[in-house]
Design a protein around this ligand. Structure first.
Ligand SMILES: NC(=O)c1ccc[n+]([C@@H]2O[C@H](COP(=O)([O-])OP(=O)(O)OC[C@H]3O[C@@H](n4cnc5c(N)ncnc54)[C@H](OP(=O)(O)O)[C@@H]3O)[C@@H](O)[C@H]2O)c1
Length: 228
């Protein structure tokens, strides 16, 4: 049975990934700030033995210690660092306060890499550490003109990931930056192209395609490579 860790599993794409992996027979460790989400409670009623909730705010310094303790030595096949925020709605460099910038870059770039580096020893050789990026994080594609602060935070995530892939403590697993498509969630909005289930199914297949390799790739939910 595969063991999967998913951060930001209370709603949106993270919840969809939890559902998709549970439906496929996996054991899911779902990291959430708020376990009171009705959808998550329903999922736990359906899969009481295979859904393990871990309550944790990922921005806190002791997040890795809390999660490590909750995992209690269980190895992971796949760890998905999905939690993220959009940042201030104005998305304006000139207006942005220090605290808005700090929260955005901490949540979208620093916290996921810090957590991954601290949990990497629990991911099996040939496993996958996947990070929910965005096509807006591609410097080369330059698709973030409407959301420049958010795009910059995902570019920072991608940069930290590529740096780690060249570092001595790089794990013997695949490192993936993923673009989930434009998805109908609280963040993506109701006009987005994809429903959560379609994106999640594509992400599950994309991650599965990289098991047993040692790549560092930027892929979309249809396994297509994106320019960094
Ligand atoms: N939707 C899209 O079209 C789209 C496109 C490209 C990339 N993405 C990326 O995909 C990921 C998921 O997006 P989404 O659309 O599902 O967003 P969402 O519906 O807004 O959900 C965000 C999730 O992240 C969690 N989260 C945020 N900050 C956290 C923290 N400090 N500690 C723990 N959990 C935290 C939220 O938990 P709470 O419920 O506690 O707030 C929630 O579960 C994000 O990284 C996003 O940038 C989304």
């Amino acid at each position: 049975m595969q063991n999967i860790l998913i951060t930001g599993a209370s709603r949106g794409i993270g919840l969809g990934l939890a559902q998709a992996y549970l439906d496929r027979g996996a054991h899911v460790h779902a990291v959430v700030r708020n376990a009171d989400s009705p959808a998550l409670r329903q999922l736990q009623q359906t899969y009481p033995d295979r859904l393990h909730l871990i309550a944790c705010d990922l921005n806190h310094d002791d997040a890795a210690a809390q999660i490590t303790q909750a995992l209690n030595g269980h190895p992971l096949d796949i760890a998905i660092f999905n939690a993220g925020i959009m940042g201030p709605s104005h998305q304006d460099v000139a207006q942005a306060s220090a605290s808005e910038i700090a929260e955005l870059f901490l949540c979208n770039a620093i916290a996921p890499l810090r957590l991954a580096r601290q949990l990497a020893a629990q991911v099996i050789e040939g496993g996958v550490l996947a990070f929910m990026s965005s096509q807006m994080g591609s410097v080369q594609l330059a698709r973030a003109s409407d959301m420049p602060l958010y795009g910059a935070s995902k570019a920072a995530l991608n940069s930290l990931l590529r740096s780690w892939s060249e570092a001595e403590d790089r794990p013997a697993a695949s490192l993936l930056a993923l673009h989930p498509g434009w998805v109908r969630t609280d963040m993506g909005g109701s006009a987005a192209d994809l429903d959560v289930a379609t994106s999640a199914a594509g992400l599950v297949a994309t991650i599965a395609s990289q098991l047993g390799t040692r790549n560092c790739l930027f892929l979309d939910y249809q396994q297509q490579p994106l320019a960094w």
